[in-house]
Design a protein around this ligand. Structure first.
Ligand SMILES: Nc1ncnc2c1ncn2[C@@H]1O[C@H](COP(=O)(O)OP(=O)(O)O)[C@@H](O)[C@H]1O
Ligand SMILES: [Mg+2]
Length: 224
């Protein structure tokens, strides 16, 4: 069985909802809503930074960071920034960018950094022919300078998970953080498998914020 085997589940919304249903996993999922005018307004009232991204997306395409400072707004798409003096202007511009694709709004996580570059982690979890699951890799991905997305196809740099945690936190954090990611991966897979039978290889995207808290950004069912 290759990596192409197993069920694909493209909707980030369906997977996020499933994980939110589990009391031990839910605290690690950034608050998430469907993109609507009202949800954008209330999310930006609650959080000074949100990320807007396609329900069905990959490779960091269409992922937009939105920040609020008082009554002004700014969004960053790739390395381009747009500023708005009103919520209305922000909403219209984002909605035009979205076109007719469905988008999510997620609380923005302030990732730990190395030399100012955000880092996050990919955990690859593979279902063996015998039926049990194995973690085959934990890698760190360092954003290209100037970008907030870490995707390799957007110029991100790979390093080992251990090196990433050591350089963004400390050597003493490596064991505990990797352990926490392993536990969340195992638990989340049980939840996803019971909802969506037939998945083969999973790629978990984890962020660690500046306070050390671990967040699940998404679970890929056809990881690279
Ligand atoms: N809520 C968030 N807060 C901060 N950064 C985020 C958030 N969601 C995504 N990102 C950044 O954008 C990247 C791409 O987002 P992701 O949800 O993994 O979608 P994709 O399917 O495009 O990879 C992540 O690896 C991370 O660097
Ligand atoms: Mg991703």
């Amino acid at each position: 069985m290759g990596n192409e085997s197993g069920r694909q589940l493209a909707s980030k919304w369906a997977k996020t909802e499933a994980l939110l249903s589990h009391a031990q996993i839910a605290p690690h999922i950034p608050p998430t809503r469907m993109f609507t005018r009202d949800n954008l307004s209330s999310m930006l009232n609650q959080h000074s930074m949100v990320v807007v991204k396609p329900v069905k997306g990959a490779g960091g395409h269409g992922v937009i960071k939105v920040t609020r400072e008082g009554g002004s707004y700014r969004y960053t798409y790739y390395s381009k920034t747009n500023s708005f003096h009103s919520f209305e202007g922000l909403y219209k511009s984002l909605n035009a960018k979205r076109g007719n694709r469905r988008y999510l709004i997620q609380k923005g996580i302030r990732l730990a950094t190395i030399a100012g570059r955000p880092i996050d982690y990919r955990v690859k979890y593979v279902k063996q022919p015998e039926g049990h699951w194995n973690i085959t890799a934990i890698v760190g991905r360092l954003a290209k300078p100037g970008l907030f997305v870490t995707n390799i196809c957007r110029g991100g740099t790979l390093l080992s998970g251990s090196e990433g945690i050591r350089r963004s936190f400390s050597s003493a954090s490596v064991g505990p953080k990797k352990r926490e990611m392993r536990t969340l991966t195992q638990l989340s897979t049980e939840v996803l498998e019971s909802r969506f039978p037939g998945m083969g290889t999973l790629g978990f995207d984890y962020g660690i914020d500046t306070s050390g808290k671990i967040w699940i950004f998404e679970v890929n069912t056809r990881p690279q």
